[in-house]
Write a protein that binds this ligand. Structure first.
Ligand code: AMP
Length: 470
């Protein structure tokens, strides 16, 4: 099966060339660990987790590398605000990140690499850039990358160096920079307050004195260490395209003289909350932990994959409800198929066309990982089978169950079926006895009682099937 992925660099869908004799190398920018991860971060990481699980399911070996930004201005600022060390902040939020990823079922990452563990590699790359004339020093400030020296600067985000100057995201400020878009590779250690409060800002010895790395350099130092100067796929959300990913290209391609740094650049769309950018100060912010207090990780995954990864995803309470019901419908289908697989009375059946379903589903995923189309095909398949479920033989029910479970597992779903309380099960049994004795008024009243308690009792040829309404 040929897989096509959209490459931001070329602006086109491209064939994914499967490497021979080595795993596919994929890098995704990890979090800056200074705060609780929010559902926007969750969207991005669940998406890449699913992509890797899918690629592996096709037989590809994938080395999925993710960095952890555990040294950054934001971490230091929070440490100052809370009067604790930067490492305390980094450790606290790294633990929260791992906890939340585990809770979301994000398990595909091969290696998490913490920036502070790769300081020698970072320094080595800066030295090369200095030697080759791509970097310069500003006294008492740091080592900066000179974007005017790199002819290809802007090729990913399609900006010229001049336009690049309007970039705002985490741009390092210094009035002594040669170009406004120049960014810090290395920041010299500060000696003034507020560092005194926290026992000193983190600073590593380097050929240029004590200091710490800039934000962009950690990624290329880490990828060069694990993958070499060129690799297969780089991912992140769209906010990182500029300046972060542009800076990565400028650093690594200048340092190695080899291009392209990455064959395919993948950028995921942003998640907004009730039509607004997520912002703590505006009060519209939802952490992954808050989300999971009321909703399951499967619903989060379904919501993520029901949107094309390159499109925006607007989270609303209504969307949450819709996704909960959709997930419940999948589970209901599986639960009924399981009943059929165990005790159907039908001898032979050929109700479904599994081969057609599989073909369409696979094609949708191979076309730029079009998960909303693939899920649409799954829902159509389930929807058409739903009224005929009790006509399935045990063999066919088993085949369907196996296929749907495998399909969903490929996308990283696991299955937790709703518990039917003993009281409701008892009601259903009692009602069934009444029904058998033709006491329909009484049996109807028990069915209504179950309904009022939030459960539907459906009569099937194999007995009553009880299921929650929501
Ligand atoms: P950060 O910790 O801010 O570096 O973000 C971690 C990852 O989440 C990066 O890949 C970001 O691009 C991504 N990200 C941040 N905010 C959002 C959002 N609202 N929607 C989707 N992805 C996001």
């Amino acid at each position: 099966m040929k897989i096509y992925l959209f490459n931001t660099l070329s602006g086109k869908k491209e064939l994914l060339v499967k490497p021979k004799g080595r795993p596919l190398r994929l890098f995704v920018c990890g979090p800056t660990v200074y705060d609780d991860p929010h559902i926007g971060n969750g969207r991005t990481y669940v998406f890449f987790d699913t992509l890797v699980k899918y690629l592996r399911s096709t037989g590809l070996k994938v080395f999925y590398l993710q960095n952890i930004t555990d040294i950054d201005d934001k971490i230091i600022a929070r440490a100052h605000a809370e009067k604790v060390s930067f490492s305390k902040i980094a450790e606290t939020y790294l633990a929260v990140y791992f906890r939340d990823m585990k809770a979301l079922g994000v398990t595909a990452v091969t290696k998490y690499a913490r920036a502070t563990k790769y300081i020698p590699q970072i320094q080595k790359q800066i030295e090369v850039l200095l030697k080759k004339g791509y970097a310069y020093e500003i006294a008492k400030d740091g080592i900066y990358y000179d974007v005017s020296k790199f002819r290809d600067y802007g090729k990913l985000s399609r900006r010229t160096t001049v336009q690049a100057e309007s970039g705002v995201s985490r741009i390092d400020e210094s009035i002594h920079k040669k170009n406004k878009a120049d960014f810090a590779l290395w920041k010299f250690g500060h000696t003034k307050a507020p560092m005194q409060i926290i026992n000193g800002e983190p600073a590593w010895p380097s050929p240029w004195g004590l200091g710490r790395p800039g934000w962009h350099i950690e990624d290329t130092a880490i990828t060069e260490y694990f993958f070499g100067p060129q690799y297969d796929i780089h991912g992140g959300a769209v906010d990182l395209k500029f300046p972060h990913h542009e800076a990565e290209i400028a650093q690594q391609e200048a340092a190695s003289g080899k291009k392209p740094l990455v064959k395919i650049w993948m950028h995921g769309g942003f998640l907004t909350l009730e039509d607004q950018k997520m912002s703590k100060s505006l009060g519209n912010f939802m952490t992954i932990d808050q989300f999971l207090k009321n909703t399951s990780p499967e619903v989060f995954r379904l919501m993520t994959l029901s949107h094309h990864y390159r499109s925006p995803l607007n989270y609303t309470v209504k969307l949450n409800k819709e996704m909960k019901l959709k997930w419940l419908a999948i589970l209901e289908f599986l639960a009924k198929a399981e009943v059929g697989a165990k005790s159907s009375l039908v001898k032979k059946s050929r109700v479904s066309n599994l081969a057609k379903f599989e073909k369409e589903f696979t094609l949708a995923l191979a076309d730029d990982f079009n998960t909303p189309a693939a899920l649409g095909i799954l829902f159509k398949f389930i929807g058409e089978l739903q009224p005929k479920l009790w006509q399935l033989s045990r063999v066919e029910a088993k085949q369907i169950l196996k296929k749907i479970r495998k399909t969903l597992k490929t996308l990283g779903f696991s299955f937790k079926f709703p518990q039917i309380p003993l009281k409701i099960k008892g009601l259903a049994r009692e009602r069934e006895n009444l029904r058998k004795n033709q006491q329909f008024v009484q049996s109807d009243s028990l069915r209504k009682k179950a309904n009022d308690l939030g459960f539907l009792i459906e009569d099937s040829p194999l007995g009553p099937f009880v299921w929650p309404k929501s």
